[in-house]
Design a protein around this ligand. Sequence first.
Ligand code: M6R
Length: 634
Amino acid sequence: MCGIVGYTGLGLAAGQPATAETTPVPSGHPLEVALEGLRRLEYRGYDSAGVALVGPGRDDVAFAKKSGKLGNLVGEIEAHPMPQATAAIGHTRWATHGGPTDVNAHPHLADGDRLAVIHNGIIENFAQLKKELLAEGVFFRSETDTEVAAQLLAREYRRAGDLTEAMAATARRLEGTFTLLAVHADDPLKVVGARHDSPLVVGLGEGENFLGSDVAAFIAFTKEALELGQDQIVTITPTSVDVVDFRNKPAEAKRFTVDWDAAAAEKSGFESFMDKEIHDQPHAVADTLLGRTDVDGRLTLDEIRIDEAVLRAVDKIIVIACGTAAYAGHVAKYAIEHWCRIPVEVELAHEFRYRDPILNEKTLVVAISQSGETMDTLMAVRHAREQGAKVLSIVNTQGSTIPRESDAVLYTHAGPEIAVASTKAFLSQITAAYLLGLYLAQLRGNKFADEVAYLLGELRDVPAKIQTVIERGEYVRATARSMQDATSVLFLGRHVGYPVALEGALKLKELAYIHAEGFAAGELKHGPIALIDEGQPVFVVVPSPRGRDSLHSKVVSNIQEIRARGARTLVIAEDGDDEVRRYADEIFWIPQVPTLIQPLLAVVPLQIFAMSLATAKGLDVDQPRNLAKSVTVE
Ligand code: M6R
């Protein structure tokens, strides 16, 4: 979804020497900061981009905007250079109201081009507000809801003469979800932002300050940040940050230090972010496990600030999430039920909220989200808390909204995930959910401390084994390259292999735009087997032969059934599984691990397969069509 950047500094052009009157600006020219921020937010998904600048001595806003990728905007700026400035706002737009054209791109201008606004979200009452403004003779250039907000802000500014106050008055009139950023030529050192159900974080600098949809926008410049609360307005100048609520009353924001490394958001020599993030997975799992035990080796999850008595009394867990995060929750269900003997339901967040779920103070809701901003998941979190349930979130992005609105948060430490298709987030979410399961098992006496320590030891062995799977990736890549013309691929799994099959299918749909379906292998004979005919490729995730006997043999039987009907079988199996070898057309070996840990390895060849097939088709694996990294609207 849309990416938002705001910057204010003392406005030296890059390379310009500082004088006695000015302080050097460490981050350089505001335009460059805005473009760098937009580059770092590209991963969110967008179809047009724009910037607006204000500076002393100018009586209007300078702006540039272009449909398409950031390169188009940069080309436009190179063709028509922009003036020196002291503050900038930048935007990448994911079209909702009005197509992805130059005119509809942000910023939107008002007040005789002296005011510029950018926006993320959807203003639901825009038609009614537009009617009101049209009746006052306001002229609109675009079809967007954002321009309505810009014109409304201009009207309020004319009344109040102060941008912060005008923003508060505007925010009170808007319905829907929004982050708005505005600059005005009258006040060239100021950027004002407002947020309602849409993300906005503040980056704190020296002689400069930043705003961003997420911390990625400014981590190249500062790690110090402020987490804004709901319905707050922030006004930044180079030397101040003021936060108020929509009534213009002073409000609190929480300071934090970003623990992501800016270099982690670079490709570091890989062809794509996705390839890099697949290679990051051993670290993502290891870092998520790091520092979670005390000196006696006992699992401690200090972040879980929910009363132990409440956790002991929990009689049901509901996992809410979307997409890949929901599949991570689905994997965790098998482990948590096995270890803790607590029933676990896994529900897509958007379904949960509208189905009148039964929950109470004994229900623990676990919300899983990489971005911490997925609107469907956020709304489900709110709904769960309104019903009296405790909410624990498993989130990767600091400063995001879901942790702020949860009773407790367990952070994954996957680092920034830039590719739209989730890879390392999936593995670290499973790891964090397993930590939660073991913690509850320890707390509730379902497992002895030595059993928990043993299982933790097995988890700690996983990163090296993921590395082995990655190193064996060339055979998967070659197989994928040979399957460029496939039009449909099926994925089968059983037990924890089932959500792995679902995730494998999702990766292929997202990246290679190929019809792909994941099924529980046991469901095959209840319908999906009708899809099998000569040459139909079917991936099968085979459980460990050392696990529950019946599981392995049943999946091997399923492979025989589909093979007998002409399927081409692509099998993921553990080293040494001689029985399955003879039924596989292609076999991708993974190291031996206990049954519950297998998903952390088995999914990796499926990620590599989807990425390699998409790459062979010449597709952009980091930014697949129609998708946004962070889905901040329902
Ligand atoms: O940020 P979240 O984990 O809440 O995102 C949830 C889904 O939108 C996300 O996992 C999506 O399905 C990915 N594109 C999967 O690769």
